[in-house]
Design a protein. Structure first.
Length: 347
């Protein structure tokens, strides 16, 4: 389901003609020869491929929802962030200096390949979480003045998706719209309006972070959801993605927030607003997984992807609601929301 637009060897060769040869290519390989195109099945929205050209591997993303202008804006944002030390590969420029080409009528961008491994959920350690928290805070600091537009997953956008769900000809899917609409209205109203804003990634999940052999982060990936947004919301998206098993794991969540605060300490208002931001984050992924995975699979007549099960984020929402503000503070700091917080690295 993540590979929606095909890319043949001939397609890739034609597309990459507009890009100069990589200076580190294998000199023994014929110039510009594309020898392999391997689909990457992670994700639910864009089509992604690993392409071997002249002995060098590159990453090709074909945008399935964004138009040419949206792809260009994302590419410029990534170049900006990479130049300011954010650990993300900058997009490659075409021969004419632009970033965005076309594959089968859709915008496409080339990125240098980054080697690295992804963490499985069971393998995430407090040390890993601390490093992710640091990297997220570094992104927030570096992205203060980055070019970005409002996000596509604000509560109003999610309400439109709920309209689609409600109209779906699949009762087991359509019946989720009403309860989710009520919860989204509740938690959107409880958000604090004056929390710090800036560039947010919006999707720092485990499959968007690569690790080198020394246990350090080698790359942050997939900035398609990056936008201007609430920084505390982005932190809670990341906490929920990395520290939730059957419930929030305090050692992981606490270490991530501690790592974040070594770079960018949270304001008191942000600390008090994390519950509402976390609930909105859980609702965002519950709803988008219903529309992008569950509904799409039903329309295609195929089984939904197990790794994109919307129920996992509905469970996160239930846990947050049960914890409440004080309970979440106990998980994140061990002392309640208003208690003292440590920013020391885990031992």
């Amino acid at each position: 389901m993540a590979v929606l637009t095909p890319l043949s060897l001939a397609d890739a060769a034609a597309f990459l003609e507009d890009y100069a040869e990589h200076p580190e290519r294998d000199a023994a390989s014929p110039p510009s020869q594309v020898t392999a195109v391997v689909p990457i099945t992670a994700g639910t929205v864009n089509s992604s491929y690993a392409v071997e050209r002249g002995g060098v591997r590159v990453f090709v993303r074909i945008y399935e929802e964004q138009d040419h202008e949206g792809a260009r804006a994302e590419a410029e944002r990534l170049e900006y962030l990479a130049a300011r030390g954010v650990r993300t590969p900058p997009p490659s420029r075409r021969r004419d200096g632009s970033f965005v080409g076309t594959v089968h009528g859709k915008p496409a961008v080339v990125f240098p390949w980054r080697d690295g491994e992804m963490r499985c959920l069971a393998g995430v350690t407090p040390e890993d979480a601390h490093r992710v928290g640091v990297a997220l805070a570094e992104l927030h600091v570096a992205g203060r003045d980055a070019p970005a537009l409002p996000g596509r997953f604000e509560p109003a956008d999610l309400m439109v998706r709920l309209d689609r769900l409600e109209a779906a000809p699949f009762p087991e899917i359509a019946e989720q719209a009403g309860p989710l609409r009520a919860q989204l209205s509740l938690w959107a109203e409880r958000r604090q309006t004056a929390l710090p804003h800036g560039l947010v990634h919006g999707d720092v999940f485990r499959d968007n972070v690569l690790w080198d052999r020394d246990g350090n982060i080698s790359a942050l990936l997939d900035f398609e959801s990056a936008s201007v947004g609430v920084l505390a919301y982005d932190l809670m998206v990341t906490v929920l993605a990395w520290s939730f098993r059957d419930t929030l794991v305090p050692e992981i969540a606490r270490s991530m927030v501690a790592g974040y605060e070594t770079v960018r300490p949270l304001t008191p208002a942000e600390t008090g607003g994390l519950l509402a931001e976390g609930c909105v984050a859980a609702l965002r992924f519950t709803i988008t997984r219903l529309t992008d995975a569950e509904l799409r699979a039903a329309e295609l007549g195929v089984p939904p992807r197990r790794d994109k099960d919307w129920r996992r984020f509905a469970m996160r929402l239930s846990v947050l609601e049960e914890l409440g503000e004080e309970g979440l503070g106990e998980v994140l700091w061990g002392t309640g929301v208003s208690g003292p917080r440590s920013t020391a690295a885990p031992g």
